[in-house]
Design a protein around this ligand. Structure first.
Ligand SMILES: C[S@@+](CC[C@H](N)C(=O)[O-])C[C@H]1O[C@@H](n2cnc3c(N)ncnc32)[C@H](O)[C@@H]1O
Length: 207
């Protein structure tokens, strides 16, 4: 089966309301990822900025904004209908329609959050390096969750089933990619509660 760009597929998904299903399906894992962010904010005691990359309809951006220490949060996605939806729900927030890895942010962030986005890229290792070098403040954290990886055998049929490219890596290969990108204090866990499969990696840019 020939592969379509992931952003075209997710554009279509937004048109038929499948973004809401993803929101529900990803909620438990994202809740753990946001708890990690809250813990770091508590440690620093400072206001923070954040970006959600591959933000879909923007639901995580709005969750980040609801934190009382959040001074700025924005979202980026390459699917036009996802961003249109995000703007309809909340016209005051910055939701940017842009393709990655080409888009360069005009500012840096304390947190880069991303759920179920990274492996759609041809070179996710390079994106990690870009997050580290160009997107994060010194001392900032990347918090990235993925459900498609080698050890999650059920996910290995997804590229054929969905008809999009997915970069399949082992947990060890992801760990090396985070190290090679320059991150320190790298950790990972499986999120999503009982039966959860989300491989979450967190890593910090040296302060
Ligand atoms: C599985 S969805 C996840 C959406 C959202 N994070 C969520 O959890 O509901 C993946 C998202 O990544 C976006 N995406 C995939 N490849 C992209 C690229 N190269 N540039 C920008 N966005 C991309 C898609 O458009 C889609 O909205």
């Amino acid at each position: 089966m020939s592969k379509r760009p992931a952003t075209d597929v997710f554009h279509d998904w937004a048109l038929v309301g499948k973004d809401k299903g993803m929101e529900r399906g990803h909620a438990a894992s994202v809740s753990e990822m946001l708890s990690f962010i809250s813990k770091q904010v508590e440690v620093s005691g400072k206001a923070f900025s954040a970006v959600d990359v591959g933000c879909g309809n923007g639901w995580v951006v709005r969750k980040l904004q609801s934190h009382d220490k959040c001074e700025y949060a924005m979202g980026i996605d390459g699917a036009e209908a996802m961003i249109a939806k995000a703007k309809t729900i909340d016209e005051k927030t910055d939701y940017i329609h842009a393709l990655l890895p080409d888009y360069q942010p005009s500012r840096k962030f304390d947190f880069v959050h991303s759920m179920e986005f990274l492996y759609y890229l041809n070179d996710p290792e390079n994106m990690l390096k870009l997050f580290h070098d160009n997107w994060l403040e010194d001392g900032g954290w990347a918090v990235i969750g993925i459900d498609h990886y080698t050890e999650n055998e059920d996910s290995l049929s997804w590229p054929e089933y969905v008809g999009v490219h997915m970069a399949t890596r082992t947990t060890k290969e992801w760990e090396k990619a985070w190290q090679d990108a320059g991150f320190v204090n790298i950790n990972h866990w499986i999120a999503g509660g009982e039966g959860g499969v989300t491989l979450v990696f967190t890593g910090q840019k040296q302060a």
